[in-house]
Design a protein around this ligand. Structure first.
Ligand code: ADP
Ligand code: ZN
Ligand code: ZN
Length: 764
């Protein structure tokens, strides 16, 4: 980061002497008003806004400039920026200020609360404002040559557009009348058709879009005439616990009240969301529903669609085309979308009529972005709810200890759904494998339980936390293991593809036949991945139809949906899968879950490992026996007496969480302290160490009440040829940590190492 750049200071083109002066003539010279200074966020890695002059005509009064996109000169070219502040003067001399090249006046400005959210994220995560803005905006809005309407495939009239009709339209506006007529006659019309009606059709359409009279047809929106005739699926009659939760949240009215909905899997949390969203829509407000991963929750989407067929429901996730993303984002921004369901990025979606935020599976680590702006969507959602004074509901069967701690201390209101809505809780037992011979990793007890299900026509799931065939290839004579040359990690054997793969850098090589150290030709696979368990099942149960579900077998949403269908159609008897299968699925015939290899997380050095394992086991156990048949869960373990397994078997989240929180308090771990992690990497180890030592020393010299730990390397220290290490900073309060970071971050700049700061890190 540039040491000289101060917030609010201008980018002065001192190092670009050839910048053409002509280019800096303002685009908007129509007005006679005196020039305004606008402070603009640009997608550059500098922690500052950039000042430009705007010779604005009167229609751009300052409030309408905030949140507007502009094109400005930068370096030798031009860039897209977003206006964050408007000022009368700049600290930069007027003759060195450049002028805005273009104001995108025909599109809506970014809402005030989103601007505030972005500024908060910048301050809290100590990330350059430009980086934050351009993380949050759809890609199309970051490009110089981008316009919404041109990429839209089809348009239709909105309710507002229909209502307005041709009334008030001048008789001479023939193009407008014609467009309206064509749009009014069909449920939607291709853009090309409309553009063909007249030379300035696109301009008119853009204007109407801005007014909210027409909208882009997003493909997941129920379309056309059937819209209002679709029959909404009737809501369930709520159980007492559900009704209590719904009333509590509705009673919060227009206040910021965080609720934590703790409900066992299948207890009807989603039903609570649906009721609250219905109330929100009835009040003509918008609901934002955050989910960890869309691809893994097709049933949740279907339920929302079935319940609100006449509402425009927008789905936002990472594998949308950029055109789709923008059109959906705009539908939310114009208030047309009643419900937005999306992954973490959708926390930034502009929602002018926001009335409710739901964060489903709030404990899920995928709410935290692990690169660039390392934000927690759950935490930003809380900030947003607070700013907008709307209720927020965090739901989970196994809340994060952070959220549970907040519920115990009274900062959140705890709501409980203690029982399954329409099924029994499964029975969970440990299978003691200490004295068993299990060459293929499957105990005879588990095999026979699966066989019983097979005979009864029920389904089983075997949960394995690793993909591939075996996590290592080992020499039985000298102990050599096959390592990645670019990472300090073992290569994973993928037998079907006949490959060794590195799961860290993606390196692939053919399977080694003999040991390079001793020449031994007997290399043995060590440990069990999904492929090996699949093979073992096929051998043990030749009649069973086995399906493996992991990232290798299932790429993309379509593949996942297809597989989902096969399972529901009972074309599968036994599923073998990673945590991909653990989340939010409802397979009515699935009555047995077996868990393999969970022990490896019991004695991890990561203080969150136990919390994660508890959540994962509870989640996967939740797949068993959802309908009329009681489910059974068998956890294979060498440590059947471990207190964590005991709590899982008793299904006593409260006991587990209270004890774990007590331990965190004693050991001074979050949420009782607050952490930031500085990560660094470089090709050479010495460079990383020297850097971390330097910034650790400069941090100590600042003399704040924080603890700065010695730099350490993570378990996998080298990835793709780069050495990694990190430095942990810890404070008793968030405010203390933030004050320290404010002073420290400007000193972190360094040329030779790549570094990043992670506030509230989840992974070490
Ligand atoms: P969760 O989100 O907690 O996993 P769901 O909302 O998916 O729970 O509910 C689990 C099952 O129970 C679903 O099949 C759902 O339709 C059903 N269900 C939920 N609430 C009720 C209710 N009040 N009456 C009857 N069935 C319900
Ligand atoms: Zn050897
Ligand atoms: Zn590698």
């Amino acid at each position: 980061m540039s040491a000289g750049a101060q917030p609010g200071s201008a980018f002065v083109a001192a190092n670009e002497p050839d910048f053409p002066e002509r280019g800096s003539a303002p685009a908007d010279q129509g007005g006679s008003a005196s020039p305004t200074v606008v402070r603009v966020a640009l997608d550059v890695p500098l922690p500052t806004l950039f000042d430009y002059l705007l010779c604005a005509p009167a229609e751009h009064s300052p409030p309408s400039l905030l949140g507007r996109r502009v094109r400005v000169p930068f370096g030798r070219g031009s860039r897209i920026g977003l206006i964050f502040q408007v000022a009368a003067h700049s600290p930069v001399p007027a003759d060195r200020l450049k002028a805005v090249l273009e104001v995108f006046a025909d599109e809506p400005t970014l809402d005030h609360d989103v601007l505030e959210l972005l500024q908060f994220a910048t301050r809290y995560y100590h990330h350059p404002i430009g980086g934050v803005v351009f993380t949050a905006l759809p890609q199309r809005l970051r490009e110089v040559r981008a316009r919404d309407t041109q990429r839209a495939r089809a348009l239709r009239l909105t309710a507002a557009g229909r209502e307005r009709g041709a009334a008030g339209m001048s008789a001479r506006a023939t193009l407008q009348r014609r467009l309206l007529e064509v749009l009014g006659a069909a449920s939607y019309v291709p853009v090309e058709t409309l553009a063909g009606l007249g030379g300035s059709a696109r301009r008119v359409l853009r204007d109407w879009m801005h007014q909210g009279w027409i909208e882009i047809c997003a493909d997941e929106t129920p379309q056309g005439e059937s819209l209002d005739e679709r029959v909404a699926q009737a809501p369930a009659v709520l159980t007492n616990a559900q009704a209590f939760a719904v009333n509590a949240v509705m009673g919060a009215g227009d206040t910021f009240t965080p609720f934590l909905l703790r409900g066992v899997t299948g207890s009807g949390k989603t039903e609570v969301y649906l009721h609250l969203v219905a109330a929100c829509l009835k009040a003509r407000r918008q609901a934002l529903v955050l989910v960890p991963e869309i691809g893994l929750t097709p049933q949740l989407l279907q339920r929302f669609q079935a319940r609100f067929p006449a509402t425009q429901l927008i789905v936002l996730h990472s594998d949308l085309s950029e055109g789709e993303r923008l059109s959906r984002w705009r539908a939310a921004q114009r208030g047309q979308a009643g419900v937005v369901i999306g992954t973490r990025l959708s926390v930034f979606t502009p929602l002018p009529a926001l009335g409710l935020i739901v964060v489903d599976e709030e404990h899920d680590a995928s709410y935290k972005q692990q690169e660039g702006l390392r934000y927690s969507a759950r935490d930003l959602a809380l900030f947003r709810a607070k700013m907008r004074r709307v209720p927020i509901l965090l739901g989970s069967a196994t809340p994060s200890l952070e959220s549970y701690g907040n519920a115990l201390s009274g900062r959140y209101r705890l709501l409980e759904l203690p029982e399954r809505a329409d099924a029994h809780m499964p029975r969970i037992d440990c299978v003691d494998t200490r004295r068993m011979r299990m060459p293929q990793g499957l105990s005879p007890i588990l095999i026979s339980a699966i066989r019983t299900r097979l005979e009864r026509g029920e389904q089983s799931l075997v949960f394995v936390n690793r993909r591939g065939f075996a996590p290592a290839l080992l020499c039985s004579a000298c102990g050599w293991t096959c390592q990645c040359t670019r990472c300090s990690a073992r290569l994973v054997l993928h037998l079907q593809a006949q490959q060794l793969r590195c799961h860290y850098c993606g390196h692939v090589q053919p399977v080694t036949r003999d040991c390079p150290d001793c020449g031994n030709q007997d290399l043995v696979p060590a440990g069990h991945g999904t492929q090996r368990v699949e093979q073992a099942l096929l051998e043990a149960l030749p009649d069973a139809r086995v399906l493996r579900v992991d990232r290798d077998s299932t790429r993309g949403r379509a593949a996942f949906a297809a597989m989902h269908e096969r399972i529901r159609a009972h074309e599968v008897d036994v599923l073998v899968g990673t945590q991909m299968l653990a989340k939010g699925h409802d397979f009515p015939r699935l009555t047995l879950v077996g868990v393999i290899n969970a022990d490896s997380s019991l004695y991890s050095s990561d203080f969150r490992a136990a919390e994660r394992l508890y959540a994962q086991l509870t989640q996967v156990a939740g797949r068993a026996g959802r309908a009329d048949i009681k489910g059974e869960v068998l956890i294979q373990t060498q440590f059947p007496e471990h207190p964590l397994y005991a709590a899982v078997c008793r299904q006593d989240y409260h006991a587990f969480a209270r004890e774990a929180l007590q331990e965190r308090r004693d050991m001074r771990f979050p949420p009782f302290v607050h952490q930031a992690l500085l990560r660094a990497e470089a090709p050479r180890r010495e460079a990383v160490d020297a850097y971390l030592q330097r910034v650790a020393a400069s941090g100590s010299a600042l003399d704040f009440p924080v603890e700065i730990y010695d730099p350490v390397a993570p378990a996998i220290a080298r990835v793709a040829g780069r050495e990694r290490a990190h430095l942990l900073v810890q404070a008793d309060s968030r405010a203390q940590l933030q004050r320290f970071l404010d002073a420290w971050v400007p000193q972190l700049a360094e040329r030779n190492v790549r570094w990043s700061l992670d506030v509230d890190p989840l992974e070490f």
